[in-house]
Design a protein around this ligand. Structure first.
Ligand code: GLN
Length: 510
């Protein structure tokens, strides 16, 4: 086995142990990751920007710390990819938009600062739907990312770049953001693990906002334990984010290790009645049922629970989110950041005219669609009918969660209704695109945490399906306990990690 294959296939926890034992160096791990990118990213396009030089310099510094017996963290030296919606000092941050082309932020997002403080080399910035709006990464102004399982298919979105980087072994870890499912749905369709933490559990400082009341940063990994390690590293109170919860995180790594032992005796699992059946692919539902059986075998009690307001979640989200997005995106005015386009044929254009020309050229169709929707829904006369009603339904959705968590410890559903669809298939049909988030959106509206992990391959197309676990706010540890137990049972069922079954990429590792 070459060093590239050996080290890119290792988990982050495995890399950390190998570093600790002196079996490898951060430079070797980082080089292997970058080499994999050279080999496969021409086809996958997970990255918008690769920082080989910076990552190798950080790796060398990490090795020096290890040699001096002073690593900063267990993951010191383990490389990571970062979604391009998080600010990074000195590295481009485009949010997948033309309007931010060439913008180099002067500050790090808190989560990025925490990665640096722990010594993780940052490999680069990953592709995404423009301003995190989409479910396929096809709305990136820089071209789509492709699914490593089938290059003709989408890797999910908006964080398709982070998921594809991890699924194609270009990085053991990545950061994503999830406003309506952008960590979990890409996880489901690429066979990776993705976690949306409790709202307020991870800092949003330096996350370029789409919808502040819904956005959350979280881990994208290949195993549940790796997600717990990364979540603990980035999570916890940040005085720079006014919505950050000033309370310690529960023990996530401990919960993952406990779960991996496979005993869920006494755990009550609620299957959400409204998130199954019509609109869900048969193979996705079959894998979901199989996972429920595995949970039962592990000692959990599985019951059905009804959350009647969830049927309105998608409509509610597509009012709340565009309202917040239209306000957030007003700051891209051609004066403060990035692109400035002068209107053609105008001698001394006014600020208004420059703004209009810049926003016309700099924003893509999906972004414009949502700005128009949001400004319309917030306009006087319509505000209460649309935004006000959506906020009231949002409260009903939270109450459904509260009632359900009175009966069970965790709720479960398929993560996404289908496996990865073909590039172009839903691009001209916004509603079909929005339907991908049917099952992930309720958690964002209520602020509760969720994990998606691969539940196996759907019979009809051989592509990965996702299993979602949701827990009450600040009980993120339950995701890891249940996730790790199910992951262990599924590995036995599939004879190893699911990603080992992905077809080899051109010039890739098999
Ligand atoms: N796909 C959803 C949307 O288009 C969610 C995106 C996200 O979570 N950032 O809004």
């Amino acid at each position: 086995m070459t060093a590239v294959v050996r080290w890119t296939r290792a988990t982050a926890a495995g890399m950390a142990e190998a570093l600790e034992r002196g079996e490898t160096t951060s430079v070797e791990l980082t080089r292997a990751a970058l080499r994999m990118t050279e080999m496969v990213d021409g086809a996958v396009h997970a990255y918008l920007h690769v920082d080989a030089e910076g990552a190798l310099a950080q790796a060398a510094a990490s090795d020096a710390r290890r040699a001096a017996g002073a690593p900063l963290h267990a993951l010191d030296g383990v490389p990571i990819a970062v979604k391009d919606v998080l600010t990074t000092t000195g590295l481009p941050t485009t949010c997948g938009s033309k309007i931010l082309e060439g913008w180099i932020p002067p500050y790090d997002a808190t989560v990025v600062a925490r990665l640096k403080a722990a010594g993780l080399p940052i490999l680069g910035k990953t592709n995404m739907d423009e301003f995190a709006m989409g479910s396929s990464t096809e709305h990136s102004a820089y071209g789509p990312t492709r699914n490593p399982w089938d290059l003709e298919r989408i890797p999910g979105g908006s964080g398709g770049g982070s998921a594809a980087a991890v699924a194609s072994f270009q990085a053991p870890l990545a950061l994503g953001t999830d406003t309506g499912g952008s960590i979990r749905q890409p996880g489901a369709v690429t066979g990776t693990v993705g976690v949306k933490p409790t709202y307020g559990g991870v800092s949003r400082y330096g996350l370029v906002a789409m919808a502040n009341s819904l956005d959350q940063v979280g881990p994208v990994t290949r195993t549940v334990l790796d997600a717990a390690l990364l979540h603990e590293l980035i999570g916890g109170h940040d005085p720079r984010d006014s919505t950050s919860i000033d309370q310690p995180l529960p023990g996530l790594v401990a919960a993952a290790r406990q779960g991996a032992a496979g005993d869920l005796t006494g755990l009550r699992v609620g299957v959400i009645r409204e998130l199954q059946g019509e609109g869900y692919q048969a193979g996705v539902l079959a894998r979901f049922q199989e996972s429920l059986e595995l949970l039962t075998k592990a000692g959990a009690e599985v019951v059905e629970v009804s959350c009647p307001s969830f049927v309105h979640a998608l409509a509610t989200y597509y009012l709340v989110m565009p309202c917040e997005a239209s306000s957030n995106l007003a700051k891209f005015d051609a004066m403060r950041y990035g692109l400035r386009v002068l209107p053609e044929g105008v001698d001394s254009p006014s600020a208004e005219e420059v703004m209009r020309a810049t926003r016309d050229a700099g924003f893509g169709d999906e972004v414009k669609r949502r700005i128009i929707l949001g400004t319309y829904a917030l306009s006087s006369g319509y505000y209460d009918a649309y935004y006000g009603t959506a906020q009231r339904v949002r409260t009903l959705i939270s109450r459904d969660f509260e009632a359900a968590f009175g009966q069970v410890d965790v709720l479960v559903s398929p993560t996404a209704p289908t496996t990865a669809f073909k590039l172009g298939e839903k691009l001209d049909d916004p509603l079909a695109m929005y339907l991908n988030d049917l099952a992930t959106i309720p958690a964002n509206l209520a602020g509760v945490p969720g994990i998606s992990l691969p539940s196996g391959l759907a019979d009809e197309d051989g592509l990965p399906a996702g299993f979602q676990v949701l827990a009450p706010a600040m009980a993120d540890d339950r995701l890891y306990r249940v996730g790790a137990a199910l992951e262990a049972a599924l590995e036995e069922r599939w004879g190893g990690p699911l990603l080992d079954k992905a077809p080899a990429l051109e010039g890739g590792s098999k």
